[in-house]
Design a protein around this ligand. Structure first.
Ligand SMILES: [Zn+2]
Ligand SMILES: [Zn+2]
Length: 346
């Protein structure tokens, strides 16, 4: 089946229209007419080959919401017309220890990512959500509540689960003091989700002008990390810190904010990080950890949690043709807080 899409043809070309092939629906497949697709930082890194290994043409997009068009003969959980989502993965080996524990994102054979992975069924490469149709194995299709503002659900499939999973894994609960470092696509979801879990959320930012917005999103306090006196005043007081900064940065000031035995989790910075002072960890048995998206079962749990607590992303809608301008604005941090493409415009 042919479907319209938008692709990058090289690392320095703009994205433009293309026609791609989707496989015919097999027994376990769900065919989805895509209505909305979020624009994630990873889309841009992949299109620009920032991480190496991009094979062109690449169709980005892994924050997908749409409606079921057709299902295979083994599919009983999804039916035509149902509102569904697809996130960062579309397959995994289903037999390794990670997959056995519903942690497909850590599949030992490597999860099949929604775009840019080798496609084990059709050959070639997987293509993402900047397109009209997608065909996905039912195990990687999520149910989306009709209760939520549909356009703003799309970013939950990456930004939402990326922040929800560590908050759950480290058991953030009512009354905990949680710091969220960085107020972008990830950070704004971290604030909303930690707040809904009952935590006292402190926005930790270099930009004091972001304070009012952080409070609107659910932060009870704003801590400006450049203010040494303010940082000192809060040293040793945090139960958990979610660090969403997407670039290399000095972790030491944040470690000093943690209580004894508390953990800071990195979800954004994939790069080598500057020197870390071991004493900062050793003297308080503190931990730094990392976390990658979430498994499919946990992604469904997150979507259900968001439906229950009426949580969606703050979005700015764009047409497909405006994607290249949107990429520039994301790189300038000029979006509150996620672009979502209205796929009717493709
Ligand atoms: Zn993403
Ligand atoms: Zn596996």
């Amino acid at each position: 089946m042919k479907t319209a899409a938008y692709a990058a043809q090289s690392e320095d070309s703009d994205l433009g229209p293309i026609e791609i092939e989707r496989r015919d629906v097999q027994a376990d497949d769900v065919q989805i007419a895509i209505e909305y697709c979020g624009v994630c930082h990873s889309d841009i890194h992949t299109a620009h080959n920032d991480w190496g290994g991009t094979v062109y043409p690449v169709v980005p997009g892994h924050e997908i919401v749409g409606r079921v068009v057709k299902v295979g003969s083994n599919v009983s959980n999804f039916k035509e017309g149902q509102l569904v989502g697809v996130g960062c993965m579309v397959d995994s080996c289903q037999s390794c220890s990670a997959c056995d524990e519903d942690l497909e994102q850590y599949c030992e054979k490597g999860a099949v990512m929604t775009y840019g992975s080798d496609d084990p069924i059709s050959g070639g490469r997987t293509h993402g959500g900047y397109s009209n149709q997608i065909v996905v194995d039912q195990k990687f299709v999520l149910n989306v509540s009709e209760k939520l503002y549909t356009k703003a659900v799309a970013p939950l499939l990456c930004a939402g689960i990326t922040t929800y999973s560590p908050l759950r894994q480290w058991n953030v609960k009512k009354g905990d003091k949680v710091g969220v470092v960085g107020l972008g696509g990830l950070g704004h979801m971290g604030v909303k989700l930690a707040n809904a879990m009952g935590a006292e959320v402190v926005m930790i930012t270099t930009s004091p002008e972001k304070g009012a917005d952080a409070k609107r999103l659910g932060a009870s306090e704003v801590l400006v990390s450049k203010d040494e006196d303010a940082m000192k005043a809060q040293a040793g007081s945090f139960d958990f810190i979610l660090n969403t900064v997407p670039v290399a940065h000095d972790l030491n000031p944040y470690v000093s904010l943690l209580k004894r035995d508390a953990t800071m989790v990195l979800v954004g910075a994939l790069n080598p990080l500057p020197d870390l002072n071991g004493a900062g960890l050793i003297l308080g048995r503190k931990r730094i950890a990392g976390s990658l998206i979430g498994g499919i079962a946990e992604t469904q749990e997150m979507l259900d949690f968001c439906a229950e607590h009426d949580i969606v992303s703050d979005v700015e809608m764009i047409d497909m043709k405006d994607i290249n301008t949107a990429y520039k604005r994301v790189m300038d941090s000029d979006v509150k807080y996620r672009f979502v493409i209205d796929m009717k415009s493709l």
